[in-house]
Design a protein around this ligand. Structure first.
Ligand SMILES: [Zn+2]
Length: 234
């Protein structure tokens, strides 16, 4: 072992003694080599594994609403499951690196399949006021991770939010659609024209938010696909 890495490892063991790094899912101490999520929790996550499935249930959510080439999500979300803890960590506990790490793992699963056709990733924008409070956009963290592993650029100066919407939770599908309708717009369209874009969000439920994002590109010659880290139902 080289002296440099020996010092680094010893220092990290030493730091770990006083500031143990904990798994964001189960709060157990992380072993060396584990990053944010322990191996046990990683194996227990509810992966969808439906990225290559044409006409999967995620794509079906957009049927008759907006033309979507492909759609997929990485994890299933259920009340009280590990995915919920992860989403909470990404959104409210300040773990922007967690979104990126999960995005990276997501991207790794997409390699070598139909998702290679994507030209660029566009995260669902956060309203500037919210961005100020949170310090980062969780959808962008996820997109950055996916982009890194898939080797695709993340573009944040095309899609933007015109107004802030009220929270989507506790709303019916129709209310959600009404709530986000017309809140997104797009500019710098030369960056997306004749290309295949993937719009990235943290959670896919009814698809109302992603649908509203896609509508910002109506009249533009662009292929649109949808990705979310987690989806609410099977
Ligand atoms: Zn764990």
């Amino acid at each position: 072992m080289k002296l440099g890495s020996w010092i680094k490892d010893t220092l990290s063991d030493f730091t770990q003694l006083f500031y143990p790094r904990l798994c964001v899912c189960c709060d157990n101490v992380l072993a060396r080599g584990e990053h944010l999520i322990c191996l046990d929790c990683r194996t227990r996550l509810a992966y969808t594994h439906r990225h290559e499935e044409k006409g999967n249930s995620f794509e079906q959510r957009f049927y008759g609403r907006v033309k979507v080439e492909m759609a997929t999500t990485f994890l299933y979300f259920e009340k009280g499951n590990l995915t919920q803890k992860l989403l909470h960590g990404i959104k409210y506990r300040g773990f922007s690196q967690l979104g990126e790490a999960l995005g990276y793992q997501f991207g790794t699963e997409l390699k070598g399949g139909r998702w290679e056709d994507i030209d660029l990733l566009i995260p669902v924008p956060l309203h500037p006021d919210k961005l100020k409070v949170r310090g980062y956009n969780q959808a962008e963290s996820i997109a950055r991770g996916i982009g890194q592993s898939l080797g695709k650029p993340v573009v944040t100066d095309v899609l933007y939010r015109k107004t802030a919407n009220t929270t989507q939770t506790k709303k019916t599908a129709e209310e959600r659609r009404e709530n986000v309708k017309d809140i997104f717009s797009a500019h710098n369209l030369d960056k997306v024209e004749n290309r295949h874009i993937a719009i990235v969000d943290d959670v896919l439920t009814t698809g109302a938010t992603l649908e509203a994002c896609a509508k910002a590109f109506s009249g533009v010659n662009v292929k649109i696909s949808m990705m979310a880290l987690a989806s609410a139902e099977k």
